[in-house]
Design a protein. Structure first.
Length: 222
């Protein structure tokens, strides 16, 4: 990354938030140009990098605002490029995601409260309704949300960003469109075991179900 862009990102991070925690509103391009001693055209280039990383929101008449930080956009951009270079990169990333979920399992599930357990069971009910309905529907939204909900209370933007980027790649790779019924029911049976174990406080059993259900991905019917 060019030094000028690094300087702009440092400048962006130092702009104070507004009253009541409102996200920081940046000065005009002309004012920032003077502050940073760079041309407006060069400043626009730096701003485009920040927009690509979802660090700022630029709207006519509303100006430029800094967005809450998320690690996912930076990972997502790189991952999309990597998968287009070689689809096997998705398998490498999927393995990273699997190891990450296992590593943070105990810490994550120990943070969940009874209302979180109820929410996970609600997701399970919605998923089973889709699988048992006519016609059968793939519970992809529930699949993504179930996994993210288990880890969301970590409040670690880097862990969550890596996990979110996986699901974006999962959709791009087309795995959310996979429709083998027996395979889907196996996957969701493991999910049910995970959620039941979390609710009962049997975290070791839940982790074992997590690991076994991940193995299904490598043996899914083609």
């Amino acid at each position: 990354m060019q030094q000028g862009t690094v300087d702009f990102l440092r400048y962006l991070a130092q702009v104070p938030n507004g009253e009541g925690g409102e996200q920081a509103k940046l000065p005009s391009l002309q004012d920032m140009s003077a502050d940073l001693d760079v041309s407006v055209s060069k400043l626009r280039e730096h701003l485009e990098v920040a927009r690509a990383l979802d660090l700022v929101d630029v709207r006519p008449r509303l100006g430029i605002r800094r967005l809450p930080y998320s690690f996912a956009p930076a990972v997502r951009l790189s991952l999309v490029y990597a998968i287009h270079l070689d689809r096997e990169y998705f398998e490498y990333y999927a393995d990273l995601r699997n190891q990450l979920e296992q590593a943070y399992w105990y810490r994550s599930v120990s943070l969940l409260e009874p209302e979180d357990h109820a929410y996970l069971q609600t997701l399970m009910e919605r998923a089973w309704e889709k699988l048992n309905g006519t016609p059968v529907r793939i519970p992809h939204e529930e699949h993504r949300e179930l996994h993210m909900a288990i880890y969301r209370k970590l409040e670690n933007p880097f862990v969550l960003g890596l996990l979110e980027a996986f699901w974006d790649a999962y959709e791009s790779f087309g795995l959310n469109l996979y429709a083998d019924y027996d395979y889907l029911r196996q996957v969701w049976q493991y999910h049910q075991e995970m959620v039941n174990a979390i609710e009962k406080g049997d975290f070791e059993k839940g982790l074992q179900a997590l690991i076994e259900h991940k193995d299904l991905l490598h043996h899914r019917p083609v």
